[in-house]
Design a protein around this ligand. Structure first.
Ligand code: FNR
Length: 362
């Protein structure tokens, strides 16, 4: 195959060629000046790896557990919305099948274009369900129930979206989002906004901006599934998350799509990890494009990383095969990084295997 990508980044160009401009811009874009979007990638480049030599790396083991679930690598699929815009027929089902084939955990977005049931019945990957809280709490509660009944193993509560970030490409393109499948028959998610992005109009009509820490008790009262809070960027919020008793934290800035000028996630990971003191797992997302990025996040204390856009680009370019290749390439690169850094297992990775800019100042 002439256009077979040799790294994950090359899938982006293929996706751009394959997709209508509105869809590509929706996936690729960030909010406002897109400073955070760029920083998520650039900040990785300022971190240096310090390898150890003469370590027996003839056997590398990348497997680990996340919330007790075994996975082939510390790499997960981040929940991203509306895979139909990347692959009209296959949608999230193909992503889920690829997750199963690669034995990694899949995060399914609340805003999916296949139903919870369709995804559950199409694959046996371990799946976590991402939750948004609507003003109509009963609808969000119903989604949690459906996820629970369909064998999802955790709730990822996205906490950085009381309102939708201002994504100017979508406004310019007058973005039209498809019907969100989980709500079909309940209500139409196609809110009209002829002046801008209908997604923004949808979010401002349905999302509950009053959601706050006290509502974690409500969420806990309606499910027994473990809850992870997605969107933590500060030590203060990490401590609050532990106080309200969630089972995990996801350091995330929504891939630079919410508040612009928040820090790159890799720049704040260590602060959050230090606050948590090992009491609950800290997952990470934002800008993972290389096995070396995964290594750096693990060295700074992440239990595992989630990958967003590259998965969508793989799906858009080559369907299920593309998603599989994206995951496999990241796994292969991580395996090589572990070998070359002298770390036969994930437990061998230490803070001393990386040097950040803060280290340089000391
Ligand atoms: C997202 N993300 C996201 N997060 C979430 O909690 N619910 C969602 O529905 C979505 N939807 C979504 C759509 C698209 C197109 C993107 C790019 C992202 C955020 C996602 O889970 C994750 O935090 C970021 O994608 C991670 O950054 P990278 O890997 O894309 O750089």
């Amino acid at each position: 195959m002439g256009n077979e990508p040799v790294n994950v980044k090359e899938y982006q160009e293929l996706a751009k060629q394959a997709l209508p401009k509105m869809n590509y811009d929706y996936f690729a874009g960030g909010s406002e000046d897109q400073h955070t979007l760029r920083e998520n990638n650039d900040a990785f480049q300022r971190i240096i790896i310090l390898p150890r030599i003469l370590v027996d790396v003839s056997k590398i083991d990348m497997s680990t557990t996340i919330l007790g679930y075994k996975t082939s690598a510390p790499i997960m699929i981040a929940p991203t919305s509306m895979h139909k815009l990347a692959h009209p027929e296959g949608r999230e089902i193909l992503t889920a099948k690829a997750a199963a084939a690669c034995n990694v955990i899949m995060g399914l977005s609340f805003s999916s274009t296949c139903t919870i049931e369709e995804v559950a019945s199409s694959c046996n990957a371990v799946r976590f369900f991402q939750l948004y809280v609507f003003k109509r709490r009963d609808l969000s509660a119903l989604m949690v129930k459906r996820a629970e009944m369909n064998g999802f193993k955790a709730i990822l509560l996205t906490a950085d979206t009381p309102k939708l970030g201002r994504r100017e490409a979508d406004i310019k393109n007058k973005m039209i989002a498809p019907q969100l499948k989980n709500f079909e028959g309940l209500f139409s998610t196609k809110v009209d906004d002829s002046d801008g992005s209908n997604l923004e109009a949808f979010a401002s009509r349905f999302m509950d901006p009053s959601l706050s820490w006290k509502d974690i008790a409500w969420l806990k009262s309606i499910t027994n599934l473990p809850i992870l809070i997605k969107g933590v960027l500060t030590r203060e919020d990490a401590i609050k998350a532990m106080e309200v008793g969630v089972e995990g934290i996801i350091v995330s800035n929504h891939g630079g799509r919410q508040l612009d000028y928040v820090p790159a996630t890799i720049a704040v990971l260590e602060e959050v990890v230090a606050a948590v003191e090992g009491r609950i797992p800290v997952l990470f997302d934002g800008g993972i494009r290389r096995g070396t990025d995964v290594f750096k996040a693990l060295a700074l204390g992440a239990r595992a990383v989630m990958v967003g856009r590259p998965i969508i680009y793989g799906l858009a370019a080559k369907g299920e095969y593309g998603v599989r290749r994206v995951i496999e390439m990241l796994k292969d690169e991580l395996e090589l990084t572990l070998a070359l850094a002298g770390c036969p297992t994930l437990n061998d990775i230490t803070r001393k295997h990386v040097k950040t800019q803060t280290d340089n100042q000391h």
